[in-house]
Design a protein. Structure first.
Length: 170
Protein backbone atom coordinates (compact mmCIF):
# COMPACT_ATOMS: atom_id res chain seq x y z
CA UNK A 1 0.00 0.00 0.00
CA UNK A 2 1.42 3.36 -1.03
CA UNK A 3 1.34 6.17 1.53
CA UNK A 4 -0.39 9.44 0.67
CA UNK A 5 3.05 10.91 0.00
CA UNK A 6 6.51 9.50 -0.27
CA UNK A 7 8.65 9.96 2.84
CA UNK A 8 9.97 13.48 3.28
CA UNK A 9 13.48 12.13 3.44
CA UNK A 10 14.74 8.94 1.87
CA UNK A 11 18.27 7.63 1.47
CA UNK A 12 19.73 7.24 -1.99
CA UNK A 13 23.26 5.87 -2.06
CA UNK A 14 23.75 7.20 1.47
CA UNK A 15 22.63 10.71 0.46
CA UNK A 16 19.27 12.28 1.44
CA UNK A 17 16.61 12.62 -1.21
CA UNK A 18 13.90 15.11 -0.31
CA UNK A 19 10.55 14.55 -1.91
CA UNK A 20 6.85 14.94 -1.32
CA UNK A 21 4.92 13.52 -4.25
CA UNK A 22 1.16 13.39 -3.68
CA UNK A 23 -0.46 10.03 -4.31
CA UNK A 24 -2.17 10.13 -7.66
CA UNK A 25 -2.15 7.54 -10.42
CA UNK A 26 0.69 9.33 -12.22
CA UNK A 27 2.62 10.11 -9.06
CA UNK A 28 2.36 6.48 -7.96
CA UNK A 29 3.82 5.32 -11.24
CA UNK A 30 6.53 7.97 -11.00
CA UNK A 31 7.32 6.96 -7.43
CA UNK A 32 7.63 3.28 -8.32
CA UNK A 33 9.89 4.06 -11.29
CA UNK A 34 11.99 6.30 -9.05
CA UNK A 35 12.27 3.66 -6.33
CA UNK A 36 13.13 0.89 -8.81
CA UNK A 37 15.70 3.12 -10.47
CA UNK A 38 17.55 3.54 -7.18
CA UNK A 39 19.08 0.09 -7.53
CA UNK A 40 17.62 -1.21 -4.29
CA UNK A 41 19.11 1.54 -2.13
CA UNK A 42 15.79 3.15 -1.21
CA UNK A 43 14.83 2.82 2.42
CA UNK A 44 13.27 5.49 4.58
CA UNK A 45 15.23 6.70 7.60
CA UNK A 46 12.76 5.20 10.07
CA UNK A 47 12.85 1.77 8.42
CA UNK A 48 16.66 1.81 8.40
CA UNK A 49 16.75 2.87 12.05
CA UNK A 50 14.35 0.06 12.93
CA UNK A 51 16.47 -2.46 11.02
CA UNK A 52 19.65 -1.13 12.66
CA UNK A 53 18.19 -1.71 16.13
CA UNK A 54 18.21 -5.46 15.47
CA UNK A 55 21.92 -5.59 14.55
CA UNK A 56 24.37 -5.65 17.44
CA UNK A 57 27.49 -5.58 15.29
CA UNK A 58 29.89 -3.28 13.47
CA UNK A 59 29.15 -1.73 10.09
CA UNK A 60 31.71 -4.09 8.53
CA UNK A 61 29.99 -7.10 10.05
CA UNK A 62 26.63 -5.82 8.82
CA UNK A 63 28.00 -5.32 5.31
CA UNK A 64 29.36 -8.88 5.33
CA UNK A 65 26.00 -10.15 6.59
CA UNK A 66 24.18 -8.32 3.79
CA UNK A 67 26.52 -9.85 1.20
CA UNK A 68 25.90 -13.31 2.64
CA UNK A 69 22.14 -12.85 2.51
CA UNK A 70 22.33 -11.88 -1.16
CA UNK A 71 24.52 -14.87 -2.03
CA UNK A 72 22.20 -17.24 -0.16
CA UNK A 73 19.23 -15.74 -1.96
CA UNK A 74 20.82 -16.28 -5.36
CA UNK A 75 21.74 -19.87 -4.57
CA UNK A 76 18.54 -20.99 -2.89
CA UNK A 77 16.10 -19.19 -5.19
CA UNK A 78 17.60 -20.27 -8.48
CA UNK A 79 19.29 -23.65 -8.04
CA UNK A 80 16.92 -26.17 -9.60
CA UNK A 81 15.43 -23.87 -12.23
CA UNK A 82 15.43 -25.35 -15.74
CA UNK A 83 18.17 -23.89 -17.92
CA UNK A 84 19.24 -24.36 -21.51
CA UNK A 85 21.40 -22.64 -24.08
CA UNK A 86 18.22 -20.90 -25.23
CA UNK A 87 17.54 -19.14 -21.92
CA UNK A 88 20.91 -18.95 -20.14
CA UNK A 89 21.56 -15.24 -20.83
CA UNK A 90 18.00 -14.36 -19.80
CA UNK A 91 18.43 -16.31 -16.57
CA UNK A 92 21.78 -14.63 -15.81
CA UNK A 93 20.15 -11.22 -16.27
CA UNK A 94 17.09 -12.17 -14.18
CA UNK A 95 19.30 -13.30 -11.29
CA UNK A 96 21.34 -10.08 -11.49
CA UNK A 97 18.26 -7.85 -11.61
CA UNK A 98 16.61 -9.71 -8.74
CA UNK A 99 19.70 -9.22 -6.60
CA UNK A 100 20.36 -5.64 -7.71
CA UNK A 101 17.09 -4.32 -6.26
CA UNK A 102 17.90 -5.58 -2.76
CA UNK A 103 19.18 -3.08 -0.17
CA UNK A 104 22.83 -2.02 -0.29
CA UNK A 105 23.75 -3.83 -3.54
CA UNK A 106 26.20 -1.77 -5.57
CA UNK A 107 26.81 -4.29 -8.36
CA UNK A 108 26.33 -7.94 -9.24
CA UNK A 109 27.52 -10.11 -12.11
CA UNK A 110 26.23 -13.65 -12.68
CA UNK A 111 27.72 -16.09 -15.15
CA UNK A 112 26.38 -19.58 -15.73
CA UNK A 113 28.88 -22.17 -16.96
CA UNK A 114 27.64 -22.74 -20.49
CA UNK A 115 29.90 -25.78 -20.98
CA UNK A 116 27.53 -27.71 -18.71
CA UNK A 117 24.53 -26.97 -20.91
CA UNK A 118 23.43 -29.45 -23.51
CA UNK A 119 21.36 -29.28 -26.64
CA UNK A 120 17.75 -30.14 -25.97
CA UNK A 121 16.87 -33.31 -27.91
CA UNK A 122 13.27 -33.74 -26.81
CA UNK A 123 10.38 -32.27 -24.89
CA UNK A 124 11.53 -33.71 -21.56
CA UNK A 125 15.26 -33.17 -22.12
CA UNK A 126 16.56 -30.24 -20.07
CA UNK A 127 18.91 -29.71 -17.15
CA UNK A 128 18.45 -27.79 -13.94
CA UNK A 129 20.76 -25.06 -12.69
CA UNK A 130 23.19 -26.31 -10.06
CA UNK A 131 25.51 -24.48 -7.70
CA UNK A 132 28.47 -25.81 -9.67
CA UNK A 133 27.30 -23.80 -12.68
CA UNK A 134 27.21 -20.41 -10.90
CA UNK A 135 29.97 -17.81 -10.91
CA UNK A 136 28.84 -14.71 -9.03
CA UNK A 137 30.60 -11.42 -8.21
CA UNK A 138 28.80 -9.11 -5.78
CA UNK A 139 29.57 -5.72 -4.25
CA UNK A 140 27.61 -4.50 -1.23
CA UNK A 141 28.04 -1.11 0.41
CA UNK A 142 26.77 -0.38 3.89
CA UNK A 143 27.59 2.98 5.53
CA UNK A 144 30.84 3.34 3.65
CA UNK A 145 32.02 -0.25 4.13
CA UNK A 146 32.32 -2.07 0.82
CA UNK A 147 32.25 -5.87 0.71
CA UNK A 148 33.28 -7.75 -2.40
CA UNK A 149 31.91 -11.28 -2.32
CA UNK A 150 31.90 -14.20 -4.70
CA UNK A 151 30.46 -17.61 -5.33
CA UNK A 152 32.00 -20.25 -7.57
CA UNK A 153 32.70 -23.93 -7.75
CA UNK A 154 35.94 -24.76 -5.94
CA UNK A 155 37.29 -27.92 -7.58
CA UNK A 156 39.48 -28.95 -4.63
CA UNK A 157 36.41 -28.96 -2.41
CA UNK A 158 33.89 -30.14 -5.03
CA UNK A 159 31.66 -27.42 -3.62
CA UNK A 160 30.04 -24.14 -4.77
CA UNK A 161 31.68 -21.86 -2.19
CA UNK A 162 30.34 -18.44 -1.18
CA UNK A 163 33.13 -16.23 0.15
CA UNK A 164 34.22 -12.70 0.99
CA UNK A 165 37.03 -11.51 -1.25
CA UNK A 166 37.66 -8.14 0.33
CA UNK A 167 36.29 -5.73 2.91
CA UNK A 168 37.12 -2.05 2.40
CA UNK A 169 36.37 -0.01 5.51
CA UNK A 170 36.04 3.78 5.37
Amino acid sequence: MMPDTLPERALVADQPLYTAIPRTANATVLAMVLIQGLGGRYMSDSREETADSYFQCSDSERAAFEAGIKMGTIYHQFVGIPVSSDNVETLEKAIEEGCRIQPFVESVKVLIDKSRLKTKRGEFDYISLTGEMLDVELVVKYRGTVVEAGMRQVKEMNYPLMFIKRINRP
